[in-house]
Design a protein around this ligand. Structure first.
Ligand code: UPG
Ligand code: MN
Length: 751
C-alpha cells in the first residue's frame, strides 16, 4: 500500500490578474457603449449601420465568452519528488501510451520514430509502460522504421537514463550543441559519439534506403502481412515489436504496432476510430488504468512528465477532480515572431489558464493522460454512460456496450470495478495478439457503443473537444499540467496551405459539435456541464461561426467608401471617440497580453493579422463544408496536417521560413477578393471618382480600409510573389471577377 501522503503532491494556485480584468472590463463597457450608440442612432442611418450593429453585437458576445473564460485563472504546481516518498517504484500504476500515425508521406516515419523513442525513454519503470503505435497508413515503411528504432532503443534508453539527458527524442538531442555536462568524461563522450553515429545510421536507413530495403524485405516473414495490401482496404496487422518478458523495470517498455482493419464499405472515423482500436487492443493486452495519448509528432520533452501527471491523478482526494490531465500543446522550432499565428502561447497563458480554473482544460487531442474507466463511460458517482451501475454489470450488458469479445469485456469489467491490469499476470503479450485481431476489425463496433457513448466520440473532425466535453458533462473535472521544461513538443504547420487546412478542419469539427445533440447549451441542461464551462466551450466552438460576421465587417469599410455611405460616426460627432477608444484599447490590451507572455510586438501583429486571415479563409471554408454536410451534399473529412521534417539542425532557420505560401486551392479566393475590393475602394477614394464629398467626411472608413489592407499584407505580397510565394494566376482571376461583381453591385446601390 502507498504510504500516507506527508505533504500535498500538488497545489492549485489562483493567479492574480487585476490589470487584465480591468482592461477586459473596460473593453466590454466600450463595446456596450458602441452598441447603445448604434441603437439610439439606428433610425437616422441606413443599412450599413444595422449591419455594423449586428456584427458588433456578435463581437460583444464573443468578448463575454472570452471574459468569462479568463476571469479566474489558476495554475497547478506538482511535486514529483514527493511522489516517490509516498509510492514505492513498483507501486506506481501502469500506463498505456498511444501514438497515432496516418500517412508516411505527410508524417515522415522518422518523426514517429523520435516520438516513440522519447516515450520509451521516459523516467518511469519500464515494466509499467507499453507503447502502442496505430498506423492508419498500413505502411511497411512505418513498420520498418519502428523495427529499426526498437534496435536502436536498446542503446538509446540506457544511455538516456545513465546520463539523465534530455530531451529524449534523438533528433532534438543531437541537434544541440553538446553542453559540457557530466564533466564530459571520456566515457560519456565515447558513448555519445557512438550513439550519435548509430542514430545517424538509423536516420539514413529510414530516410534514404527505405524504398529499396522495403521491397527486398516484403518477402521476409516480418513483412508478409504488408505485401499486396491497399491502404484503405486490408486486414488487421498487429505486431509485437518489443516485449519486456521478464518484466524488468530497467528494461524496455513493450512496443506494439497496430494497423486496424480497413474496408471501403466501413467508415473508419479517422483518428477517433484509431484511438478506439488502440483502447481496445491495449485493453486486451496490458489493460493499464491510465492511458497517455500523443500525436505522432509530439515527443516527450520532459522525461519526468509521468511523475508530474501522477501527482495529479493519484493524489486527488476526490477522483472526480481529475478525470484527465491535459498538458498544453507546445511546439519546437517555433518560427521567429510566430508568422502563422499558430504557437498559441497567449491562448494558453490567459484563456486556458482561466478555463483551468473552471471545470478544467479542454481535451486537446494530444499530450493527455486519461483514466481508462472514464473513457469507458463511468460517471464519478459510479453510474455508467449506458444503463447500469458498476457492480451490477451483467455479461450481456457488457457485451452490448463493449462488443462481443469475451477477452475484452473481461478486462473492461476489471477496470470498471477498480482493479487494474490483466488478470493472469505475468502474461505473454504474443498470446493475446489473436484476441486483439478480432477487436481491431472494422465490423467489431457494430451494435456496440463505441464512438457514441464510450471511447473517443464520432461525428466530428475535432473528436478531442467532443470527447472531453462529454467527460465534463458527466461531472468530471480535468487538470492542467505545465511542468518546466514543457511536457511534450510537436510540430506546428508552416506555410499558408498547411496552416489553413488545419484551421479549416478545426472550424469544421467545432461546428459539427455545435450543431449536434451534444451542443454545450443542450448538455448544460441535460447533464452536468457547468454553465461557465459551457461558455468556455462556446468560446472555442464559435470559431466556426466567426467568419460570417468577420467577413461582413471586413468588407464594410470598402463598401461604404464605394457606395458613399457610412458605418462610423462622422469625425465632428463626439461619438467617434467610442470606436476610436475601442480600437486603441483593444490593440493596446492585446499588445500587453503578448508582451506579458514574452512575445514581441511583431509576433502580436502577426497574430492579430492571422486571426483575420484565418477567419475569412479557413474558417469560412470550414463553415461551408458543415453547411454542405447538413444539407446532405457531402461528408466532412479529416485532412492530415503535413509535418515538416526539420530533423537536421539549422533547417528551421531558413530566412524564407516565415513567408506566407500559396497553392491553387479555392481557400485563398475570399481573402484575395477582399484585398482587391479594398484596393479598388482606396483607389476610388483617392482619385475622388464618383464622389463629390470631401475625403475628410469618410476618413474613418478610409483608415479602416488601409488597416484591412495591412492585415492582408501577406496576400498583397502574394499578388506580386513568384512560385509558391505568389498567389496563382487562376486564383487572382477568380478573385478579380468577384471583386468586380462586388464593385458593380455597390455602384448600382449608389445610383
Ligand atoms: O485518419 C486519421 C487521421 C489522423 N490521424 C492522426 O491524428 C493525429 C492528428 O492529426 P494532425 O494532422 O496532426 O492534426 P492536428 O491538427 O495537428 O491535430 C490537432 O487537432 C486534432 C483534431 O482536429 C487532434 O486530434 C489532435 O490531437 C490535435 O493535435 C496525427 O497523429 C494523425 O496521425 C489518424 O490516426 N488517423
Ligand atoms: Mn499535428
Amino acid at each position: 500500500m502507498a504510504k500516507p501522503i506527508p505533504s500535498p503532491l500538488y497545489e492549485k494556485i489562483p493567479q492574480k490578474n487585476t490589470l487584465h480584468r480591468a482592461s477586459d472590463v473596460t473593453i466590454f463597457f466600450l463595446l456596450l457603449s458602441l452598441l447603445a450608440y448604434r441603437l439610439l442612432s439606428l433610425k437616422n442611418n441606413g443599412f450599413t449601420w444595422l449591419l455594423a450593429f449586428l456584427c458588433e453585437s456578435w463581437f460583444t458576445f464573443i468578448w463575454i465568452l472570452n471574459l468569462s473564460s479568463k476571469w479566474n485563472p489558476v495554475s497547478y504546481k506538482t511535486y514529483p519528488e514527493r511522489l516517490l516518498q509516498c509510492y514505492r517504484v513498483d507501486e506506481l500504476p501502469p500506463v498505456d501510451m498511444f501514438v497515432t500515425a496516418a500517412d508516411p508521406m505527410l508524417e515522415p516515419p522518422i518523426i514517429t520514430v523520435n516520438t516513440v523513442l522519447s516515450l520509451l525513454a521516459v523516467d518511469y519503470p519500464a515494466n509499467k509502460l507499453s507503447c502502442y503505435v496505430s498506423d492508419d497508413g498500413a505502411s511497411p515503411l512505418t513498420f520498418f522504421a519502428l523495427l529499426e528504432a526498437s534496435k536502436f532503443a536498446k542503446l538509446w534508453v540506457p544511455f538516456c537514463k545513465k546520463y539523465c539527458i534530455q530531451p529524449r527524442a534523438p533528433f532534438r538531442y543531437f541537434s544541440r550543441e553538446l553542453l559540457p555536462s557530466h564533466g564530459n568524461s571520456m566515457e560519456f563522450l565515447q558513448e555519445y559519439r557512438k550513439i550519435k553515429e548509430e542514430y545517424e545510421e538509423l536516420r539514413r536507413r529510414i530516410e534514404d534506403e527505405t524504398l529499396k530495403s522495403i521491397s527486398n524485405e516484403l518477402s521476409t516473414a516480418e513483412f508478409v502481412a504488408f505485401s499486396n495490401i491497399k491502404r484503405g482496404s486490408h486486414p488487421t496487422i498487429i505486431k509485437v515489436i518489443l516485449e519486456n518478458k521478464e518484466s524488468r523495470s530497467d528494461g524496455l517498455p513493450h512496443l506494439v504496432y497496430v494497423s486496424r482493419e480497413k474496408h471501403p464499405k466501413h467508415p473508419h472515423h479517422y483518428k477517433a476510430g484509431a484511438m478506439n482500436v488502440l483502447t481496445r487492443v491495449s485493453g486486451a493486452m496490458t489493460n493499464a488504468p491510465f492511458m497517455l495519448n500523443v500525436d505522432c509528432d509530439m515527443y516527450a520533452n520532459n522525461p519526468q512528465i509521468f511523475h508530474h501527471s501522477m501527482c495529479l491523478l493519484l493524489s486527488s482526494k476526490n477522483e472526480q477532480d481529475c478525470g484527465f490531465v491535459q498538458t498544453p500543446q507546445s511546439f519546437y522550432d517555433g518560427l521567429k515572431d510566430d508568422p502563422f499565428g499558430n504557437q498559441f502561447g497567449v491562448l494558453y497563458k490567459y484563456v486556458a489558464s482561466g478555463i483551468a480554473g473552471l471545470q478544467g482544460p479542454h481535451y486537446s487531442g494530444t499530450g493527455c493522460f486519461h483514466r481508462r474507466k472514464v473513457i469507458y463511460g463511468l460517471w464519478p458517482d459510479g453510474r455508467m454512460e449506458f444503463k447500469g451501475r458498476i457492480g451490477k454489470l451483467t455479461d450481456e450488458r457488457l457485451e452490448k456496450t463493449f462488443g462481443n469479445s469475451k477477452e475484452f469485456t473481461k478486462t473492461a469489467a476489471r477496470i470498471l470495478s477498480g482493479l487494474s491490469g490483466v488478470s493472469d499476470c505475468p502474461y505473454d503479450l504474443s498470446n493475446r495478439v489473436e484476441a486483439a485481431h478480432q477487436i481491431a476489425s472494422c465490423s467489431y463496433e457494430y451494435g456496440a457503443n463505441w464512438g457514441t457513448k464510450i471511447g473517443w466520440l464520432y461525428g466530428t473532425t475535432t473528436e478531442d473537444i467532443l470527447t472531453g466535453m462529454r467527460i465534463h458533462a458527466r461531472g468530471w473535472k480535468s487538470t492542467d499540467c505545465r511542468p518546466d521544461p514543457p511536457a511534450f513538443l510537436g510540430c506546428a504547420p508552416s506555410g499558408g496551405p498547411a496552416a489553413l487546412i488545419q484551421q479549416k478542419r478545426w472550424a469544421t469539427g467545432l461546428l459539427e459539435v455545435l450543431f449536434s445533440k451534444n451542443s454545450p447549451f443542450i448538455i448544460t441542461f441535460t447533464a452536468k456541464l457547468q454553465f461557465r464551462q459551457c461558455l468556455a466551450y462556446m468560446w472555442i466552438l464559435s470559431w466556426g461561426l466567426r467568419p460570417i460576421p468577420e467577413l461582413y465587417y471586413l468588407a464594410l469599410p470598402a463598401y461604404c467608401i464605394m457606395a458613399g455611405s457610412h458605418f462610423l460616426p462622422n469625425v465632428q460627432d463626439p461619438a467617434v471617440l467610442i470606436p476610436i477608444s475601442l480600437f486603441v484599447s483593444y490593440n493596446f490590451h492585446t499588445l500587453l497580453e503578448y508582451w506579458g507572455a514574452g512575445y514581441s510586438i511583431r509576433a502580436c501583429w502577426n497574430n492579430l493579422r492571422m486571426w483575420r486571415i484565418t477567419a475569412v479563409t479557413a474558417w469560412l471554408f470550414g463553415f461551408l463544408s458543415v453547411i454542405l454536410k447538413l444539407l446532405g451534399l457531402s461528408e466532412t473529412v479529416f485532412e492530415v496536417t503535413k509535418k515538416d521534417q526539420s530533423t537536421t539542425p539549422g533547417e528551421g532557420s531558413d530566412k524564407d521560413a516565415g513567408r506566407f505560401t500559396f497553392d491553387g486551392s479555392l481557400i485563398f479566393v475570399p481573402a484575395t477578393t477582399l484585398l482587391l475590393v479594398h484596393l479598388m475602394a482606396l483607389v476610388t477614394a483617392l482619385l475622388g471618382l464618383f464622389d463629390h464629398v470631401e475625403i475628410e467626411s469618410r476618413i474613418g472608413e478610409i483608415i479602416c480600409s488601409v488597416w484591412v489592407v495591412l492585415c492582408f499584407s501577406p496576400f498583397l505580397k502574394g499578388l506580386f510573389g513568384k512560385g509558391k510565394y505568389g498567389i496563382p494566376k487562376s486564383t487572382i482571376c477568380k478573385s478579380a471577377a468577384l471583386a468586380f461583381l462586388f464593385f458593380a453591385c455597390t455602384i448600382t446601390v449608389r445610383k
